[in-house]
Design a protein around this ligand. Structure first.
Ligand code: BG6
Ligand code: MG
Length: 219
């Protein structure tokens, strides 16, 4: 592998604000089953696969489902989620994200998507970013969910960049742990108190100076 750098972006809550739609859809599912979930609990669901999320939620509610019911609830949650994202366009890209992607592309730094979502390709197409990525690794391509580093290691491999030369942008605790386990530089997007295991934390991309990115990808 080369010594060049690569940058890996999570999708939900990093490139687009879909984390809130996942929460609303999971909350509706919980409410329909007779209990509620909080935004604090939701932090534990961020970055976590659809199956694992439902297992965790059912555990919180003390609800047991048959396999068929489990599959049915997952499908209903996804239908509900798809209705939230159906109208997404380029304008839904979070502030500051496009500028950083443009900078990386202008400087020939390869970029990958590393997401747990099986809807990732669909969303990237909706917001017009599908063609910008040199590699896309999503929930269809992995067998081990974050915090397992598999998704980021596959992304690094596809970019042909050593893991330790990769920078990861993540909004979830599980994703930061996955990046750290992969020995990548982890950058949290969100609250410092939640993402305290990250190497750096920013509230959002508008806070990140291009000079900081330049140093990360050229050092
Ligand atoms: C992650 C989200 O990116 O993808 C989780 O942070 C979500 O909230 C997971 O559950 C799986 O997404 P999907 O779109 O395949 O249900
Ligand atoms: Mg995320």
């Amino acid at each position: 592998m080369s010594n060049s750098k690569g940058v890996i972006f999570d999708l939900d809550g990093v490139i687009v604000d879909t984390a809130k739609f996942h929460f609303l859809a999971w909350r509706k599912l919980a409410n329909d089953l007779g209990f509620d979930i909080t935004e604090t609990q939701n932090e534990e669901l961020k970055g976590v696969s659809r199956v694992k999320s439902l297992e965790i939620i059912l555990g919180w509610g003390g609800v047991t489902l048959t396999e068929d019911e489990f599959m049915e609830q997952m499908a209903m949650k996804n239908d509900n989620y798809l209705s939230y994202i159906s109208g997404m366009t380029k304008s839904d890209i979070l502030p500051g994200v496009s500028e950083i992607i443009d900078f990386l592309k202008e400087n020939d730094i390869p970029i990958a998507l590393g997401s747990a979502s099986k809807n990732a390709r669909n969303i990237l197409e909706k917001v017009g970013l599908y063609q910008s990525f040199d590699a896309i690794v999503d929930g269809n391509d992995v067998s081990k969910a974050k915090p397992n580093p598999e998704v980021f290691l596959i992304a690094a491999d596809q970019l042909n960049v050593d893991p330790e030369n990769c920078v990861v942008f993540e909004d979830s605790v599980a994703g930061i742990q996955a990046a750290n386990l992969a020995k990548m530089t982890s950058i949290g997007i969100g609250e410092e108190a939640v993402l305290n295991e990250a190497d750096h934390v920013y509230t959002d991309f508008t806070e990140i100076e291009i000079d900081f990115i330049k140093k990360l990808v050229t050092k």
